[in-house]
Design a protein around this ligand. Structure first.
Ligand code: ADP
Ligand code: MG
Length: 778
């Protein structure tokens, strides 16, 4: 142990020399200078002091002030300066993969190192981390996973939880676990970082932990609300010309009456605010235009118009447009590319910025364009706080973010663009004043802003809790409800109950809420329980390849593109992959296999182009598949013998059955009517298929059931990808798979039988049971 001590000391001294050497080099000095110009630098000593004296601390500060890149680095540097460098181990969690990776890269560069030396990162299924990595940026999920095998975080000296103001589910969960861990690890330090001023909430959760606020240096930003924009530019809103953000495919063709009906569906606070609003001081033209404003629309044309105004009339400076999501960004980008309204295309640099973007694409966002070129970045709300684009002068805020919410009563997740909070709107506006005074165009009236909630509802209160509950069990944290009742803001008991019931139905928990063997295996796989179940069964039944494709496709995103103006062509291209087997999942498998073949013939891109497939998504699916394979090797379920793992991969019935096993109880009954197909689920009654499902094109579906992986309540309930299955498949593969469990099976399925009044299913069951019993007696 004395020898170990010696080695540690030697390493610490090496680290110190290296750091000094870099800081004294010309490049290093430049970096040091830049870093000293950040607002966080003034608080450096106070921060380090507070960390040494308190176990928990809350830091808040304007986005861009240097929390994420500087604070973890201050700790690392001061440990290294004190010759304790080799003994410290700092973990800083990020809610998103993209920020964990890009921040680690930035911090390594600021220290004049390569990634994987003293600074590294780790995100799901990917990482750059060396034996001597002392500062690790990882997603919150990764730290939770580490707690699985290392309950006391042995060897970790500092945990920094970043972006807590977002109130993500994982972060809220992690805080409960850490709060209970702190007394067991008195020397462990916990630092919470937030971009907004709601530090008190977190401080009081940790018994009044000290707070430090880093004042920022932002320039003033002028806010323009919709009424000012209309007044200033004389633009006339036209109800026929706003794109509906629900269907996303139809142009708005609505009667006045229908608009009124729509208005009654928006959040009542916003509606009341609009009703009471007084626009008398504005011109008749503006007032008329405002009355045509459709609060449910993202208003592509309005955005286009505002961009046109900025390009033609405003001073130079980059523009940041906040959109609701990836699909909106893509459609708007398509629409804007080369648009005559925006003038000379060589003078406009149009970029997208969202969570699933490749890192090469990412870098373009931060680069300053040539003089005279206007940079326009279309971003999701991740540009609110996680990344900083320094040259932004103009912000366009559509006022919405796509937010998952969860209807516990109907046990249905909803994904709707919904109004952001005041805190978010302030953040968005603040992005404009980084280098000089800025302008923010809010595409909604002032009165609507006034009706926004102060903060967004925490994710724990608006999403299904299945994966979380599984994790609570595998971390041995006791009763799920008791544990969650200790959260910062505990979720509804009904949501918790639904999640527990779901886990029991799929066989991950037994009746006493104990983890089953299946549950334990599922908790090790970094995918949702239903997807994990498909992977495990794919491995057990030797049809791994197709199921890895299905699961990878469902966890990345749909590779089938549905461009706005070529929807019919795209749909028929997709239908070609279905070969009458009534399954979006099998269509995906075929599309992927075809692409792999084409890649081997060097014609992957042509194949994608011809079939309306995204090469980028297919590549992401490909790499995820490889990682699944290694993970399953780790669990010992498969070995290197890929031929063996795929002995049954050609058997579509088997694949269908396993998809059913994974997706159950996501089932709906199919009744073929004269002119249409009627679909029903137990919870929602009548449901519809998304128009891009292969099953939506079929006049009849010759199967009694569809299993689906996702349903979303928009105005009706829509099912995303689905696969048709037969009675016997549902009977044998739906629900738990346990030895001698057929009777339990029927009991559970009984509810479904009764509800759907499908006597044939009961008959099939009896026949199967008799046959099995005969077999056993033989
Ligand atoms: P915070 O976490 O407080 O929002 P950051 O630590 O992320 O702030 O960023 C601090 C500053 O460092 C930013 O304002 C920006 O000037 C600079 N910075 C951050 N990331 C990069 C990067 N990848 N490239 C260049 N500069 C960066
Ligand atoms: Mg940050």
């Amino acid at each position: 142990s004395i020898a170990a001590e010696k080695i540690l000391q030697r390493k610490s001294l090496q680290l110190r020399n290296r750091q000094q050497h870099w800081q004294e080099s010309p490049e290093g000095q430049k970096m040091v200078e830049f870093r000293r110009s950040l607002p966080a630098y003034k608080a450096r000593d106070a921060l380090l002091n507070s960390i040494s004296q308190n176990q928990v601390m809350v830091v808040s500060g304007e986005t861009g002030c240097g929390k994420t890149t500087q604070l973890p680095q201050y700790i690392l540097e001061s440990e290294i300066e004190a010759a304790r460098g080799a003994a410290c181990s700092i973990i800083c969690t990020q809610p998103r993969r993209i920020s964990a990776m890009s921040v680690a890269e930035r911090v390594a560069a600021e220290r004049g190192e390569n990634l994987g030396e003293s600074v590294g990162y780790k995100v799901r299924l990917e990482g750059m981390k060396g034996r001597d990595t002392r500062l690790l940026f990882c997603t919150t999920g990764i730290l939770l996973r580490r707690l699985l095998v290392d309950r006391n975080l042995k060897g970790i000296t500092h945990v920094i939880v970043d972006e807590i103001h977002e109130r993500g589910m994982n972060e809220d969960f992690l805080l409960i676990v850490l709060k209970e861990l702190l007394p067991r690890r008195p020397e462990l330090r916990l630092i919470l970082m937030s971009a907004t001023l709601n530090a008190e909430l977190f401080s009081s959760y940790f018994g009044g932990a000290p707070m430090i606020h880093i004042p920022g240096f932002t320039h003033p930003v002028r806010s323009q609300f919709l009424e000012n924009i209309l007044e200033m530019t004389g633009y006339r809103l036209n109800p026929y010309n706003q794109i509906d953000n629900y269907g996303q495919e139809k142009k708005w063709k609505m009667e006045k009456q229908a608009i009124r009906k729509r208005k009654s569906q928006i959040a009542s606070a916003v509606e009341d605010a609009l009703e009471a609003a007084d626009f008398r001081e504005y011109s008749p033209r503006t007032r008329e235009s405002l009355s045509c404003w459709n609060p449910d629309s993202i208003g592509f044309n309005l955005i286009e118009h505002v961009l046109c105004h900025i390009i033609k009339k405003e001073r130079p400076g980059a523009v940041l447009v906040f959109m609701t999501g990836w699909d909106d960004i893509n459609s708007l980008k398509d629409q804007l590319q080369g648009h005559p309204l925006l003038g000379d295309p060589s003078k406009v640099l149009l970029l997208a910025c969202h969570g699933s973007m490749a890192s090469s694409e990412q870098r373009l966002i931060f680069d300053k364009p040539e003089d005279g070129v206007r940079k326009i970045v279309l971003a999701t709300n991740m540009a609110e706080t996680s990344i900083t684009i320094n040259d932004v002068v103009f912000v366009v805020d559509c006022g919405k973010a796509k937010e998952t919410s969860y209807d516990a009563l109907n046990n249905t997740p909803c994904l709707l663009p919904s109004w952001i909070s005041k805190a978010s709107a302030r953040q968005r506006r603040g992005r404009a004043g980084r280098v000089q005074p800025g302008e923010c165009y809010h595409l909604y009236p002032r009165c609507v802003y006034d009706a926004f909630a102060d903060y967004q509802l925490p994710e724990l209160l608006r999403t299904p809790l299945q994966s979380l509950c599984l994790q609570i069990k595998s971390l041995q944290l006791g009763s799920i409800s008791d544990f969650l009742s200790r959260a910062l803001q505990p979720p509804e008991p009904l949501s918790v109950q639904n999640a527990i019931e779901y886990l029991m139905i799929i066989g991950a928990l037994d009746e006493n809420e104990n983890l089953t063997v299946l549950g334990r295996n599922l908790s090790m796989l970094p995918v949702e329980p239903k997807l994990g179940k498909m992977l495990l069964l794919g491995a057990i039944f030797n049809c791994l390849d197709p199921l890895m494709t299905v699961v990878a496709g469902l966890s990345v995103r749909d590779p089938f593109l549905m461009p706005f103006d070529k929807k019919d062509l795209a749909e028929s291209a997709k239908a070609q992959f279905s070969a009458r087997d009534y399954s979006d999942h099998l269509a995906l498998v075929r599309a992927y296999d075809g692409w792999k073949d084409a890649e081997r013939r060097q014609s992957g891109y042509e194949y994608c182009w011809r079939n309306f497939l995204s090469a980028q998504t297919l590549k992401a699916i490909d790499s995820l598949r490889k990682q699944f394979f290694f993970l399953l090797m780790d669990t010992g379920l498969v070995d290197n013998n890929t031929e063996m793992c795929n002995a049954w991969s050609h058997d579509e019935h088997l694949i269908r059955a396993i998809i059913c096993a994974g997706l159950f109880p996501g089932i709906c009954s199919v009744v073929n009517k004269e002119k249409s197909i009627s679909l029903k689920t137990m919870e929602d009654g009548q449901v519809l298929l998304y128009s891009n499902s292969v099953n939506a094109q079929e006049p009849k579906i010759p199967y009694p059931w569809l299993v689906f992986n996702d349903k979303v309540k928009v105005n009706s309930v829509f099912l995303r990808d689905s696969t048709a299955v037969s009675d016997s498949v549902l009977l044998l593969f739906g629900g738990k798979i346990s030895r001698g469990g057929l009777d339990g099976h029927l009991k559970m399925l009984g509810g479904y039988l009764e509800f759907f009044m499908k006597p044939s299913l009961a008959d099939t069951y009896l026949r199967l049971k008799n046959e099995l019993e005969e077999l056993i007696q033989m």
